[in-house]
Design a protein around this ligand. Structure first.
Ligand code: GLN
Length: 451
């Protein structure tokens, strides 16, 4: 009840698109009943979580923060939300996000941006971006509206918002969490994962979310590790690599200082620190902004006014007109930009020059990581090249917005587990995040280093 009241009193943040207090109450009641009956409690018994609106939950509207899905209420449950509920969690509501998970600031939502609960300590009161695309999740957790939430990460959408709001979030290895029932953005990159106040809560959430699902062809058929039980902050015997190419031009001094602090913490925990090279890093961002829009343009073809949500049928219109009118009215401008980039890089004349090249770069990036992991167990980098920026600051300049993903995108292209954990505050009192990247399937190593 305390969380439900908080959600209702914090509407100014615009973090929730739909509130489902009854769902949370039912889970809490079930937990109380189980306790009274002396049963062993489920791992998330009664825990009220937030659900990013990219997850379909049965009979609750799902919009992916786009007008084109207005009125769509799934008749099915995504595998991940179903697993969380089976583990005892209740849902406080559906969380705002960047439209179709495209964005780094939450400003592409059709329902207004989320506002970060953080403020700079310079006396000004500029409203800050909560990061994106899982910005409803990050704002809700950091404002203590819910203890944990789901996120999805295609190129950084769990890690960057976690960094901007001083919380933790992990993107597991590609294939760990089923994509079934999660609105698709870029299918070869999309991964669900938890966001929470600390590493332990992320481990508990991740355990509940993970597992093989025959309904997702890329789901990994592996047992679910006991990550929470395996947590250990001791890094003795571990080697942590510092990728030199992440020291980008014009890196702000506070980000450099954050990185040094992280290195010191890792040393104090017993790790050996070495420098490693990931030579193709500078091609990751351009490759990502070809591959992700290409896949998005294909995935978003299904929103045609026939099957889901919005239908715009002008007087006397034929089918083509209806498609055009529905898509023109339903998609936001960033989504349209991605569809145009995507169809261009996939078009007959440019496919080889863009999409094939980007796919090759992706292989090279994955190989860079493989080679680095011959010398070290984990990589440590900043999560983002800056602290949270002000809302509106980068909105007019998509390239500036895309550049904010420079540190998160490489691990996505390689499908590696990666986590952001709080690394302290900058001079303006804003949180900064440290990123830990691990070998495929080494979520345990990543979580331990974050602890
Ligand atoms: N900011 C990146 C983008 O706009 C990442 C988004 C995501 O991970 N969903 O594509």
């Amino acid at each position: 009840n305390a969380f439900i009241a908080k959600v209702q009193s914090a509407k100014v943040l615009n973090a929730f698109l739909v509130e489902t207090p009854d769902h949370a109450i039912a889970a809490a009641d079930a937990a109380d009943a189980a306790k009274a009956a002396g049963e062993t409690l489920k791992p998330l018994a009664g825990v009220p979580i937030g659900m990013k609106d990219l997850f379909c939950t049965k009979d609750v509207p799902a919009t992916a923060a786009s007008l084109i899905l207005e009125g769509f209420s799934p008749t099915y449950e995504s595998t991940v939300s179903g697993k969380l509920f089976a583990a005892g969690a209740g849902m406080l509501g559906k969380l705002n996000m960047d439209q179709f998970a495209m964005g780094s600031s939450n400003e592409t939502s059709a329902f207004g941006n989320v506002i970060s609960p953080w403020r700079r300590n310079d006396g000004g009161n500029a409203a800050l971006a909560p990061g994106g695309s899982s910005g409803g999740s990050s704002a809700a957790i950091s404002a203590r509206l819910c203890p944990a939430a789901t996120g999805t990460d295609t190129g950084g959408s769990i890690r960057q918002p976690a960094a901007f709001t001083g919380i933790s979030g992990i993107k597991p290895t590609y294939g760990r969490c089923s994509r079934w029932g999660v609105v698709a953005f870029s299918s070869s990159l999309d991964q669900a994962g938890p966001m929470a106040r600390d590493v332990r809560d992320c481990a508990i959430m991740l355990e509940a979310m993970t597992g093989f699902d025959p309904k997702d062809a890329t789901s990994l058929d592996l047992p679910v590790p006991q990550w929470e039980a395996g947590l250990s902050a001791d890094l003795k015997g571990k080697t942590i690599g510092i990728p030199k190419q992440y020291r980008v031009d014009n890196m702000p001094p506070e980000i450099e200082a954050l990185w040094q602090q992280g290195i010191q913490w890792a040393r104090d925990a017993g790790a050996e620190i070495i420098e490693v090279s990931l030579p193709h890093t500078k091609y990751a961002l351009p490759a990502y902004y070809i591959i992700a829009p290409a896949e998005a343009s294909s995935n978003l073809a299904r929103y045609d006014g026939v099957r889901y949500g919005l239908r715009d049928l002008p007087e006397g219109a034929n089918l083509q007109d209806m498609y055009a009118a529905t898509r023109a009215a339903g998609f936001g401008s960033e989504v349209k930009r991605r569809i145009m980039i995507g169809t261009y890089v996939l078009s007959a004349g440019f496919y080889d020059a863009y999409f094939t090249q980007a796919s090759k770069v992706r292989t090279l990036i994955a190989r860079d990581f493989e080679q680095a992991f011959e010398k070290c167990d984990l990589l440590l980098t900043p999560t983002a090249p800056s602290a949270a920026f002000a809302l509106g600051e980068k909105q007019a300049d998509p390239i500036a917005m895309y550049l904010n993903d420079v540190f998160t995108v490489p691990a996505s292209l390689a499908g590696l587990p990666a986590m952001s954990v709080p690394g302290g505050l900058d001079a303006q009192g804003l949180p900064l995040g440290l990123q830990i990247i691990g070998r495929p399937l080494d979520e345990q190593g990543v979580l331990n280093a974050g602890l």
